[in-house]
Write a protein that binds this ligand. Structure first.
Ligand code: UTP
Length: 467
């Protein structure tokens, strides 16, 4: 870039009250200066203005929203629907469905070095989240005997490590051309006064723009074109941190298409009113998800005439999107704001100092796309069967609960096949692991066990790995 161009960028940002970014400018290394100028140049003006507006609004009125209850489809009405099941299977067999995993988050609560998908989670093999998800797709691919596409969203921060991890593990049996990586956008964090901040390396302090960044990133990266070229019509979306996700779910897929929905979401019943689960409802008249931090205590506990919670069901972040819908969407979703402590760099004479300070982080959430979809639907499912997220090191949604969720599910599959599973305090005494390529539900377990008569299991008296 030319010096004139550089000074124009500097003048532009100074005119917006961001002089502090250029303090002691002449003392910085040329590469450091260039990197900051590159960041500023790619930061779209209207995005910066939107962030500032959002910040002001949040500080002024805390974003009051009017909410009302919304209906869901009870599991008994769709899970056993034979026509929907057949339709879902046909869609997959015809190559009309692809898979998408969002893995661009920072996993700060887990505090694991590296992408969360590389966390070893399975009870015995210690297979990583990525391995388990890949094996689920592999199992479906082997069953249908056709290639299936898997798109993985990363952020700039973990793209290389994620790509290398899957590549060096041979994509866990999938073919290289079936797996695509793409990166989501970034949003700068701001100070409470709306100022841009610097990171330790002198660049802008930015964070991935939330899983809501998926829509724009899919389009910008060419993934939507790739889907179209390959006849993909529906996209099955799930997060990297839920190893229980049911892949594929034929009646869910079939039900979504049969009922003419552009976006369908799985929901589970809340375990108790205060549970930290985003609940579904109308938000200012449009279908959506209300985060647990945004719902008042009164609404959290409100009940109907029959004593049922008004806001009884929450999203487990498993969605199906119609590809035409994604393609026609602007990619812009509402901004959500969170305060957090960050390490920010402050230029000073002879160098600079890194200081801890409060910053405001902005993100977009994918479930806000429900408001833009035609006929969005909420499919109820059973939590224990398909939701055990890995969020924290300890406590709820932690390494232990996630692993236990896997063991409990495999134990139920074994019991459904007449195997005795000794229990203590409501949990299986021994560790159990069933790899997704061995079985993906109780029925397929029956078939796999039959095929391997030599390893007949009647009772679990020690740790068992079926693979
Ligand atoms: P979470 O909101 O739980 O965030 O993401 P996280 O990054 O995993 O963990 P914390 O909050 O920092 O502790 C839910 C899913 O959305 C993805 C994550 O990778 C995870 O699969 N995600 C989140 C993105 O892909 N991009 C983002 O910007 C944020």
């Amino acid at each position: 870039m030319s010096a004139i161009f550089d000074s124009r960028i500097i003048e532009q940002w100074k005119a917006r009250g961001q002089d502090h970014l250029f303090d002691y400018w002449d003392e910085r290394a040329p590469e450091m200066k260039q990197a900051l100028l590159d960041d500023l140049q790619t930061l779209e003006n209207d995005v910066y203005e939107l962030l500032r507006q959002q910040l002001k609004q949040q500080l002024d009125d805390k974003g009051q929203r009017h909410i009302e209850p919304i209906a869901h489809i009870p599991e008994r009405e769709w899970r056993g629907d034979a026509r929907a099941r057949a339709m879902g299977e046909d869609l997959l067999a015809a190559g009309k469905v692809a898979f998408l995993t969002v893995a661009g988050g920072q996993g700060s609560r887990l505090g694991f070095e590296g992408p969360k998908g590389c966390f070893p989670i399975s009870p015995i093999r210690e297979a990583t989240l990525f391995q388990i998800l890949a094996e689920k797709i592999l199992a479906a691919r082997n069953r249908l005997n056709r290639p299936l596409f898997w798109y993985i969203m990363t952020s700039d921060m973990n793209f290389e490590e994620t790509r290398r991890f899957l590549e060096s593990n041979g994509y866990f049996g999938l073919r290289e051309q079936e797996v695509s990586f793409f990166t989501q956008g970034l949003f700068p964090s701001l100070s409470a006064q709306g100022q841009l901040l610097l990171a330790e390396d002198g660049r802008l302090f930015q964070n991935p723009n939330g899983h809501g960044g998926t829509i724009a990133a899919l389009r910008d990266s060419g993934c939507i074109d790739h889907m179209r070229e390959n006849g993909v019509e529906e996209l099955f979306f799930f997060q990297v941190d839920n190893p229980l996700v049911r892949i594929p779910d034929y009646p869910f897929l079939g039900g979504h298409v049969q009922r003419g929905s552009q976006m369908s979401t799985k929901v589970v019943e809340k375990a108790y009113p205060e549970e930290k689960l985003g609940v579904i409802g109308y938000v200012n008249g449009k279908p959506g998800v209300i985060e647990y931090s945004d719902i008042s205590e009164k609404n959290q506990k409100a009940r109907d005439d029959r004593g049922n919670l008004l806001y009884s069901h929450g999203s487990i972040a498993v969605h199906i999107f119609n590809v035409d819908f994604l393609d026609s969407h602007s990619g812009r979703l509402p901004l959500h704001v969170a305060r957090k402590q960050i390490q920010s760099w402050k230029p000073e004479p002879g160098g600079g100092v890194v200081q801890q300070r409060e910053a405001v982080k902005f993100e977009m959430f994918i479930f806000d796309a429900l408001a833009d979809a035609e006929n969005p639907l909420f499919f109820e499912t059973t939590r224990e069967e398909e939701f055990a997220p890995l969020k924290n090191k300890t406590g709820p949604d932690s390494i232990d609960t996630c692993r236990q969720g896997m063991i409990n599910l495999y134990a139920r599959w074994l019991e459904a096949n007449g195997v005795t599973v000794p229990m203590r305090d409501g949990k299986p005494v021994h560790r159990i692991e069933i790899s997704p390529t061995f079985a993906w539900d109780a029925q397929s377990l029956r078939e796999s066990l039959k095929q391997r008569r030599s390893t007949t299991v009647n009772r679990i008296d020690e740790d068992i790995l079926l693979t």
